[in-house]
Ligand binder design. Structure first.
Ligand SMILES: Cc1cc2nc3c(=O)[nH]c(=O)nc-3n(C[C@H](O)[C@H](O)[C@H](O)COP(=O)(O)OP(=O)(O)OC[C@H]3O[C@@H](n4cnc5c(N)ncnc54)[C@H](O)[C@@H]3O)c2cc1C
Length: 509
C-alpha cells in the first residue's frame, strides 16, 4: 500500500523532505508551495537563480514586524522595502527562503547543539547531527568534518580563486586586530575571520529547489503544486490528520502531513487548524483540536545593524560577488567571554558604498507570531522583539566599536573614506544605543515558533522527531522547530534537520 504524504511548503526543509521521501516508491509525495514553481534553472527568475542577487526583491511574502522604527533618511535601507518598516523577509517561491537568501553556508557548531540537548532535545547532540551535515554537502575542502558528493555544493572565494582585493584587505585588517584567520569557517575552530562558505555552483544559488528537487522531478510519485496556499489540516474525530485543505478549496487526502512552511507559515497553519494557544483560538472562533500554548511563542532571530562606509569606488572596483568574507567574534564581557556572538560581513552592492552588516548571533530577545484571522490570506502579527533584551544592545554596542577599529585600520585605508552610519558623531554608548534602536534590522533568521520540547512545557510543540504533541499523523519540520537559534545563518541547519527528520519518517524507521 502506498503512503500518501503531503508536505506543506516547498522551502529549505520542504524541498529536502519531498526529494528524500519520494526516493521510496512506497510513498506518494505531494509538495504544496504557495509561490511559483520553477521546474528548471532555465525557467527560474534570474534573481532567484543568480547567487550574487537576492530573490526576495521579487519573491517575498511582504510581512513586516511590529518592531517598526521611525522614518529617517539616514538609516541604511538594505532589505528595507518601506521607510520605517522592519521587514520579515520570507521567500515565496519553490525553494522558499533558500531561493532568495545570501547562500551563506556556515554550519551550526557543537556548542549550538549543546544548548539544544541542554534544553531537553537530547537526541540532537553534535555526534548525532554531524553525519547529516556531512550527508547534505559537497565540500571540496574535505577532511573528517566534511562530506563530499552530497546535493549541496560548497564554494569559497580565496586568494587566487576570486577573492576580491577589498575583501582580502578586510581579512588582513581582522588579522591585525588579533583575530585568527581560517581557510575553513566550517572547521573545528570557528572564532575568527575567513572566506564565507557558500552554497553556490557556477554562480547558481544551490537552493533546495535546485539541489534536491531538481534531480527528483521525474519521479512519478512526486507532485509539486506551485501556487497552492495551505489553509489548514483536517483531522478525524480521534485527532489524526487526514487531509490538507488549500485556500482555493482543494482537499488533499493524506496518511502523513508535514508542515514545512517556515517559522511564520507553520505556526500560522497550526493555529488555523485548531492547534495553538487556547485563548487566541477561541477569540478567532477556531475550534480547538489541541491547545498548545507554545505555538507562535519562542521566536528567536538574529538582530542586525548595517554599519555604512563611504569607499573609494575605483579602489574597490568590481562590486560582485558582494559578500565574500566573514568575521565571527566575541563582544566580550562577563557573559560571553570567548564565545562567538557577533558576525561582521562586508558587503558591496552600490558604487562608493560598503555596508558592514553586524549580526548578533546569540540573542537573548524573544518574539512571537500570531494569526489575526482564520483567513489564510491574512497577514499574521509578527513581533521579532529585536533588542528587547538590554544585554543584546550592550553586546551590539561593543561589536560596533570593534568593527570601527577594523574598518579604520591600515589595511583598509586605501578603500575606506569614512563611516556614514551611525557616523563619527555617534561616540558614546548612549549615541550608539540610539542608533541601534533607530536602525535595527534582522539577519532574516527567525526560528523557534513550533519548538521541540516536552509536552506540557511552555514552548514545547513537537517532539524530537517533529511530531506535533497531542495529535497523530502531523509533523512540523523546518526552522520553526529549533528550540534555540544556532549562532550561524540558519539555512544549512534547516536542511540538516530535514535530512534527519526525513530519515526518521522512512517506513519502518
Ligand atoms: C533574505 C534572506 C536572506 C537569508 N540569508 C541566509 C543565508 O545567507 N544563509 C543562511 O544560512 N540562511 C539565510 N537565511 C535564512 C534561511 O534561508 C532560512 O532560515 C531557511 O530558508 C528557512 O527554511 P524553512 O524551510 O524553515 O522556511 P522557508 O525556506 O522560508 O520555506 C517555507 C516555504 O513555505 C511556503 N509557505 C508558507 N506558508 C505557506 C502556505 N500557507 N501554503 C503553502 N506554502 C506556504 C513558503 O512560500 C516557503 O516556500 C536568509 C533568509 C532570508 C529571508
Amino acid at each position: 500500500m502506498t503512503r500518501r504524504i503531503v508536505v506543506c511548503g516547498g522551502g529549505s526543509a520542504g524541498g529536502v523532505l519531498a526529494a528524500r521521501l519520494s526516493e521510496d516508491p512506497a510513498n506518494t509525495v505531494t509538495l504544496v508551495e504557495a509561490g511559483p514553481d520553477y521546474r528548471t534553472p532555465e525557467e527560474t527568475a534570474p534573481e532567484v537563480l543568480d547567487a550574487n542577487q537576492f530573490g526576495f526583491t521579487t519573491h517575498d511574502w511582504g510581512y513586516e514586524s511590529a518592531d517598526n522604527v521611525a522614518e529617517a533618511d539616514s538609516i541604511p535601507m538594505f532589505g528595507i522595502v518601506e521607510q520605517g518598516v522592519v521587514p520579515v523577509l520570507r521567500g515565496k517561491v519553490i525553494g522558499g527562503s533558500s531561493s532568495v537568501n545570501g547562500a551563506n553556508a556556515l554550519r551550526p557548531t557543537a556548542e549550538d547543539f549543546a544548548r539544544w540537548t541542554g534544553l531537553g532535545s537530547d537526541r540532537w547532540s553534535w555526534d548525532e547531527v554531524l553525519p547529516y551535515l556531512k550527508k547534505l554537502e559537497d565540500d571540496p575542502v574535505g577532511g573528517e568534518l566534511h562530506g563530499t558528493g552530497g546535493p549541496v555544493h560548497i564554494e569559497r572565494f580565496t586568494e587566487g580563486n576570486g577573492l576580491r582585493p577589498v575583501m582580502a584587505a578586510f581579512l588582513e585588517a581582522c588579522a591585525q586586530a588579533g583575530h585568527p584567520i581560517h581557510h575553513d569557517m566550517n572547521g573545528a575552530d570557528r572564532r575568527g575571520a575567513g572566506p564565507n562558505p557558500f552554497n553556490r555552483k557556477d554562480g547558481i544559488r544551490q537552493s533546495s529547489a535546485i539541489a534536491y528537487l531538481g534531480p527528483a522531478r521525474d519521479r512519478e510519485n512526486l507532485t509539486v503544486l506551485g501556487g497552492g496556499t495551505v489553509d489548514r489540516v483536517e483531522f478525524t474525530d480521534d485527532g489524526t490528520a487526514r487531509a490538507v485543505l488549500l485556500a482555493d478549496g482543494t482537499r488533499l487526502e493524506a496518511d502523513l502531513v508535514i508542515l514545512s512552511a517556515g517559522a511564520i507559515g507553520s505556526p500560522a497553519i497550526l493555529m488555523r487548524s485548531g492547534i495553538g494557544p487556547r485563548r487566541l483560538l477561541e477569540e478567532l472562533s477556531i475550534p480547538v483540536i489541541q491547545a498548545l500554548e507554545g505555538v507562535g511563542r519562542n521566536l528567536r532571530d538574529h538582530p542586525m545593524v548595517y554599519l555604512t562606509y563611504a569607499v573609494d569606488e575605483e579602489a574597490v572596483g568590481e562590486l560582485t560577488p558582494p559578500l565574500q568574507t566573514v568575521l565571527a567574534f566575541s563582544s566580550g564581557g562577563a557573559d560571553c567571554e570567548g564565545e562567538v556572538d557577533l558576525h561582521a560581513l562586508p558587503f558591496t552592492m552600490e558604487p562608493g558604498v560598503m555596508l558592514v552588516p553586524l549580526g548578533l548571533v546569540r540573542p537573548y530577545s524573544l518574539g512571537s507570531v500570531e494569526i489575526t484571522s482564520p483567513d489564510p490570506e491574512a497577514d499574521p502579527r509578527i513581533r521579532l522583539g529585536l533588542f528587547d533584551h538590554p544585554d543584546d544592545i550592550r553586546r551590539m554596542v561593543a561589536g560596533i566599536r570593534q568593527v570601527r577599529d577594523i574598518m579604520g585600520s591600515a589595511p583598509l585605508e586605501k578603500y575606506v573614506r569614512g563611516e556614514t552610519w551611525p557616523g563619527p558623531e555617534a561616540t558614546t554608548d548612549a549615541d550608539l544605543t540610539r542608533a541601534i534602536l533607530q536602525g535595527k534590522n534582522t539577519y532574516c533568521h527567525a526560528v523557534g515558533t513550533c519548538a521541540m520540547g516536552a509536552e506540557g512545557t511552555p514552548t514545547g510543540v513537537v517532539d524530537q522527531s517533529g511530531k506535533v504533541h497531542g495529535v497523530d499523523g502531523l509533523y512540523v519540520v523546518d526552522a520553526s522547530i529549533m528550540p534555540d537559534i544556532p549562532a550561524v545563518p540558519t539555512n544549512t541547519t534547516v536542511m540538516m534537520m530535514a535530512e534527519r527528520c526525513g530519515d526518521g519518517m522512512r517506513e519502518g524507521a
